[in-house]
Ligand binder design. Structure first.
Ligand SMILES: [Zn+2]
Length: 297
């Protein structure tokens, strides 16, 4: 029994991909921008990157070299910074985007593969203050804004500005969905005033208690981009969410030893990604591609 548990633990803590060529590529594919495949099994040609510091934003963990994306994503990140600055909310801290050519990462995320995902920290630097040094940006730790035993956000750490930022992002037409911790979602449900349609794009998901994750829809220039099912109708402030928060609260009050979940097999990458990785032109359309359906909420 113990041996089985130990070997499971080994599997879980081992890097997702022992020898990951996608993580070693330092620069973008030179082709025209195209997203190929899905969010959790895909890659990216012609990526753009976000400068380390810009108006109203700063990249975190810049040494990871994960601040690449489809030009639409880069534009979106810069826009979020500019809007936060215009509203006087402070400087937005941008977490991981994608690797230079996308693809699976050695650690940290299952998605973020196709240049359409970006994380934002639940932390803002005060308006007008200088950006963090590169060293600070590389080493700062993420702090949870959620207090699971009480089923609510931690008032010392949560700011209504995060709600404003989430609304701003959700109202952008290019944003497909946003992931937040279920307790964050419930807080947004409780505090939302007026129009509530944007809340439907904000999806409760495990983790995401120290950052939120924005996912853009497939761009028009990428016919091989695999879309996710559309978000369900409504604002998502429902019974199911209440039940989930209650489960989290109960589990936090009665902690049990964590059982490692079995590792998930990596999804198959579209064949055209081999060319992207090698820096060759992506083969033209008409080549049979497996239709991959990303899972998730
Ligand atoms: Zn993310």
């Amino acid at each position: 029994m113990h041996r089985i548990l130990a070997s499971l633990l080994l599997l879980v803590s081992a890097p997702a991909i022992a020898d990951n060529p996608w993580g070693r590529v330092r620069d973008a594919h030179p082709g025209i921008p195209e997203v190929i495949g899905g969010y959790a099994a895909g890659c990216l040609a012609g990526a753009a990157s976000v400068p380390e510091v810009g108006e109203g934003y700063q990249l975190m963990r810049p040494s990871r070299n994960r601040h690449f994306g489809h030009p639409r994503l880069v534009h979106f990140v810069e826009r979020m910074g500019a809007e936060a600055s215009r509203h006087g909310w402070g400087r937005v801290l941008v977490g991981d985007m994608a690797q230079p050519r996308g693809g699976p990462m050695e650690y940290g995320h299952r998605s973020h593969q196709s240049g359409l995902d970006v994380d934002f920290w639940f932390r803002l630097l005060p308006q007008g203050s200088p950006p963090l040094s590169r060293e600070q940006a590389d080493e700062a730790s993420m702090v949870s804004v959620v207090d699971e035993p009480s089923g609510s956000v931690d008032p010392q750490r949560w700011s209504p500005r995060y709600g404003e930022l989430l609304r701003l992002a959700a109202e952008r037409p290019e944003v497909e969905r946003i992931f937040v911790h279920p307790i964050v979602k419930r807080t947004l449900c409780q505090n939302a005033r007026g129009e509530r349609e944007w809340l439907g794009k904000v999806r409760p998901y495990w983790g995401h208690d120290a950052h939120f994750h924005v996912r853009l829809a497939c761009p028009g220039d990428s016919p091989r981009c695999v879309a996710q099912d559309p978000v369900p109708e409504g604002d998502g402030c429902d019974e199911g969410l209440e039940r989930w928060v209650e489960e989290i609260r109960t589990a936090a009050l009665n902690p049990k030893p964590q059982r490692p979940s079995p590792p998930r097999a990596a999804a198959a990458m579209p064949g055209a990604c081999d060319a992207v990785l090698a820096g060759r032109p992506a083969p033209s359309l008409g080549v049979a591609e497996p239709r991959l359906r990303p899972r998730g909420r």
